[in-house]
Design a protein around this ligand. Sequence first.
Ligand code: NOJ
Ligand code: CA
Length: 717
Amino acid sequence: MKYPPSLLSSFFLTARSFLIVCLGLLCQTAGAQTIKSPNSKLTLTFTLQADGVPTYQLTYKGRPVIKPSKLGLELKNAPALTSGFAVTDTKQAAFDASWQPVWGEVKTIRNHYNELAVTLTQAATQRTVRVRFRVFDDGLGFRYEFPRQPKLDYFVIKEERTQFALAGDHKAFWLPGDYDTQEYSTVTSNLSEVRGRMKAAVTPNASQTTFSATGVQTPLMLKSQDGLYINIHEAALVDYSCMSLELDDKNFVLESHLTPDARGDKGHLQTPVHSPWRTVIVSDRAGDILESKLVLNLNEPTKYKDTSWIKPVKYVGVWWEMITGKSTWSYTNQENIKLDSLDYSKVKPNGTHAANTAHVKEYIDFAAQHGFDAVLVEGWNTGWEDWFGKSKDYVFDFVTPYPDFDVQELHRYAAGKNVKLIMHHETSGSVRNYERHLDRAYKFMADNGYNAVKSGYVGDIIPRGEHHYGQWLNNHYLYAITKAADYKIMVNAHEAVRPTGLARTYPNLIGNEAARGTEYEAFGGSNADHTTILPFTRLIGGPMDYTPGIFQTKVSAYNPDNHSFVHSTLARQLALYVTMYSPLQMAADLPETYNKFLDAFQFIKDVAVDWDDTKVLEAEPGDYITIARKAKGKSSWFIGSTCDENGRTSTIKLDFLDPGKKYVATIYADTKDAHYEKNPQAYAIRKVNVTRKSKLAQLCAPGGGYAISVVEAAGRR
Ligand code: NOJ
Ligand code: CA
């Protein structure tokens, strides 16, 4: 049964309010149900197969995106919720409303969709599941809902059986399926090649838990042979296990694979409850995938009454010097020591401990001088001697500084210069230990003037057997975020589950890592095309604390024993502040280096971290991305462009600028002979007058790119 688009569109309220429509006759009808996106380009069809198996399919401009695909779940010690269903109710609705994020890529987000909710009842067991579909102009979201009911109360998920049947052997940008890390290099291959390339993909990271030869993580970016861009992910992952995808590589059918707990179970639920949304973003223009707000729209509005304390942050930090091996997190060189009984004032310092009061003051001075909001300090607290070791169940207490780190004095010094310190909580995976200390740790922060924490979950999880992306841990991450909100603390969690748009609901989640960040440039390097892929994959769920801005691209300059290099030109490091969206941006290199390149550093000082508007000017996953963003509350724009190892000429129009206005564009670009490996620091800066009629053709070196600040010309409105 199909609703004519004209009938549906008459339900859209231009006044932007909500309307539920149940067309009486159809509500009780089994069989196919169809809804379209507001612009009619997408069509979602729900069908109940003869054996009562629920299926859905999706088309875009008449082309198949998801072919008929099964829905359902298998339960532990209970009959499966996969077949034998009858449709007992259907409801349609339309929604159109706009909202303003606390921070974001645009000022206002339109949430506009048509909805179909199908209630399915399994006659044999008298259990009910509702599947709710929302079709937006940019894609589809759907989830399982389990209403409160006599025959389904507590239940344990054995596996979710949601399929995404693809129309062909698409090109895929994928990471090995893993329950504990997303810090892999992305593999670009056809789906039919995933199996053959899995072993090599996993090996460099010595993954703990790759679950099969064809399991891949989400967000999964796909491109069909005929030019459809498809992104599969999930939204609002709450009290549920993270979804990866198993690939049937003969038929190109992906199927959900949930992260197990220590006993192998995939989720413990109690009705009324629902799954996260499963999302499919689709377009024939790659830039639309980057501009999509579908994942955010499928999350709930913020739960916080007061969000005035949540602010985007540009920061520097005592960090890269430890990552490169120039200095250490730990205060001593002792290993295998009994940390719980160690008196640090009696042990010999190693002389390389970076988080000492005098050195941190230098960073505070640098931050104050150049207008940064904050300084991150890692290695300030006791326990780093054995953070990978046996004693990690009690290694960190999050409140005891090393003897050379004076918390009160640094608080006083930083406050006097209008700079905040960012707290660091490395849990080393000992989550029980962290939860035991959390209240005290946050109180310690509040007492000492900290309003943001970078947390970390490196290593195997304690309780033993739990995985980083299982339901138990996912609940922990959210607990840490909401608890932090009680203290008006912002959270940037590393090694936590990859984001699914939850920052809409909990906007103090200002950052996550959950992918291969800049740190890997000091651990052997990342591919030169890495930052042309991440916005299409990891960033679909939310911002990343990627930590760009490395100007000294040879790591050996800091540590002669480390021969890694940054797979990027210096100009491209600037571009990342625009192309890798985050309300939390680090200038990750050392002050001593920035002082040598103050002309290029100016861009990092100027670039905004919060935006009123965003335009994707050019994009092709794995090849290049060029984005322009308008600074929040200002007339200036910033443009960033990143390309792969081949280099290219980027051609853009500045037609997004305001009519009648004149601007000065400062262009930070690779020189002709620049190259990410051979000549990364070759850049040139030029200024040109521009208007909205201007066009630009700009060379990007191999592994390079460019950054532009576009500022309204003074007094010439
Ligand atoms: C891994 C994080 O990604 C990195 O940023 C941090 O410095 C170390 N863990 C130590 O916590
Ligand atoms: Ca990490």
